[in-house]
Write a protein that binds this ligand. Structure first.
Ligand code: X2X
Length: 345
């Protein structure tokens, strides 16, 4: 052993045993970054982004400022390509995120569950999955994929809008160019409905509505109003509740491991509280008597179409082959468990 190594070893041992007057814990002390980067698709004008701010604020409070989080909306850490967010989280390019199940489903195929057309008829059905055994299983899958999941949030029921005409039947969708998000399941669904789907990031979608390059899109009402889609020609809205995307609060696994157990608890607790708050914000004006958010949207000159049960059933039937195909791809057992939990809600 060289003299230099001997000295270093002595110093390390001395430090660990407190001989040098350093506190015993010093050598084991975790190394914290001065700032942690939180990725989000949208900013604080949206329930999703507001949820991010609530999480960051609660973490700062609960850790006495040891964990300081900065929000990066617009998925700017992956140049706006929301389908790369999960890989970047895994690699540590992103420290933490609140992400949509849709955007992560290219990497975690089981997350396509929520995008199965007409699986979840109401909010109780969403809750039965996210707050039940299926939600736990999905968290285990995400954990195995190398990212630490902490809590559920919600983007919301994705309703259909377009600039051309009222959509009441699958036939009305014929030939409409519809922007969809990054899972091939959406291409299948809209193709089955006779539309002409085109896959595009959220960043690219908004100018495409404005220029008329695409006719329509599907997104939660809170995204519609915060992004003011009525101002880019989206004048027809069909309420069909065909899919809903939950959000998931996560942390990169090395970042997670770098925190003390107390701080891990604080971040988890903050995520669970922020998730509950965010879900309430996302449902505001929709899941309440009189649906005030829809009144607001109608007041903007948007034609709101409410489907009868029979009219909705026509969309269900038209997309059934897509459901069956993707049930196999997602995993029949998992989807059957989800169906059973929804039936028992
Ligand atoms: O891109 C979308 O449509 C959005 C904002 O809803 C998602 O990130 C899934």
């Amino acid at each position: 052993m060289t003299r230099r190594r001997q000295i270093l070893q002595y110093a390390a041992a001395a430090s660990a045993s407190g001989v040098l007057g350093l506190p015993r814990l010093a050598s084991a002390q975790k190394k914290y970054k001065s700032e942690y980067k939180m990725s989000l698709v949208v900013g604080t004008a949206f329930p999703w982004g507001e949820g991010g701010q609530i999480w960051a604020d609660k973490v700062r409070d609960k850790t006495d400022g040891r964990i300081n989080i900065k929000l990066y909306p617009g998925v700017s850490l992956v140049q706006g390509d929301q389908t790369r967010e999960f890989s970047a989280l895994r690699q540590g390019v992103i420290d933490m995120a609140i992400g949509s199940t849709i955007n992560w489903s290219p990497q975690v195929k089981e997350l396509n569950l929520f995008s199965l057309p007409f699986l979840m008829p109401d909010y109780k059905a969403i809750d039965a999955l996210t707050q039940g055994a299926v939600g736990k299983r999905l968290f285990e899958i995400i954990h195995k994929a190398g990212v630490v999941p902490l809590a559920w949030g919600e983007n919301g029921y994705r309703e259909l809008t377009n600039s051309k005409h009222e959509v009441r039947t699958p036939d009305d969708l014929k030939g409409l160019k519809i922007r969809v998000v990054g899972s091939p399941l959406f291409l299948d669904t809209f193709t089955a409905l006779g539309a002409n789907p085109t896959q595009m990031s959220w960043a690219d979608a908004q100018p495409a509505f404005a220029s008329g390059a695409v006719d329509g899109q599907e997104n939660p009402l809170s995204i519609f109003t915060a992004a003011k889609l009525q101002n880019v020609g989206q004048k027809y809205l069909t309420l069909w509740h065909y899919v809903a995307d939950p959000l998931i609060f996560v942390v990169n696994k090395d970042v997670w491991a770098s925190w003390t157990p107390e701080d891990q608890d604080a971040v988890r607790e903050a995520a669970m509280e922020a998730g509950r708050d965010e879900i309430a914000i996302a449902r505001k004006g929709i899941d309440e008597p009189g649906e005030p958010l829809l009144k607001e949207i109608e007041g903007m000159g948007v034609t709101v179409t409410r489907l009868t049960d029979d009219e909705r059933e026509a969309f269900v039937q038209a997309t059934r082959p897509v459901y069956d195909k993707w049930k196999k791809q997602i995993g029949e057992e998992l989807v059957s468990a989800a169906e059973a939990d929804i039936a028992a809600r």
